[in-house]
Design a binder for this molecule. Sequence first.
Ligand code: SF4
Ligand code: SF4
Length: 304
Amino acid sequence: MKNSVQITDDWIKVLIQDFIATSPVNTMESEGAGSAWESALVGFAAGADPLWQQYKEYIGAFHWTPWEVFNQHRPQENVSADQLTVISWILPQRESVRKSNRRARKYPSEEWARIRVFGEAFNVALRQHMVDQLELSGHGAIAPMLAPNWTIIKSQRFSFASSWSERHAAHAAGLGTFGLCDGLITAGGKAMRAGSVVAKVTIEPTPRPYADHRAYCLFFHNGTCGKCIDRCPVRAITESGHDKVKCQKHLARSREHVNKTYGFQGYGCGLCQVGVPCEARIPVRSAREALERGELPPPLPPLA
Ligand code: SF4
Ligand code: SF4
């Protein structure tokens, strides 16, 4: 490692934006289709935030805290949780990609499937770029999703869950709340992909501008909407929530459609992420306006 340089939130944001603007990996792999992503939302969560322990209790003991995953892979640094920060980002889907998938009725549009494969390849490269640049600046970092022991685990409560969830990291970092369909509704909407790294840096945590982990979903806010229920081609969303098994089976079936119709190895769906009020913004007006005014509600209660 080089001599350590001071890392600020702006340094991180510029690093991410520069990578979006200049990386050759930011591509749809299709002539004339443009880049996969054009902007990012960035948030920060403290490594010692009690929410990480609540996730363990709520999701399962297998879900890592930032300290656990960092120390598994960098034990020589012997850090405490309060020396760590989780850097989380949201890559909102571009308007043209959302528009194409709004027309889809069963399987994803070509643009959406391209983002699922090539846009996520960029997200992987971004995670690695962040780790590399932090290391070069003298700060240890790990991208949990790139850890060789990251895995999906059968869960009684959730059918299956993973040892690190990008959406939960983003929620902890003040970037959004969950919707009826399980997606994370952010200031840039629910049509997005998320990423994160855990780093040995001290950055002021982003305040969580919500008092409930479902505050931005109209269904939980006032019992209305439910539009994602109708968008799902396999009825994997009901008023009781999201059936992950049905959803995964549909994603698996989409491979054949993508290969045959678009001519590349891919898959996807995301029909519930578009053509809905939370597609590209927070649909709960009071929450959206409070966020724009910079107001903060009381701290989050424990997950129930
Ligand atoms: S479509 Fe409506 S019910 Fe579904 S997640 Fe979005 S706001 Fe909630
Ligand atoms: S719940 Fe799954 S199968 Fe249903 S629309 Fe959403 S991504 Fe597609």
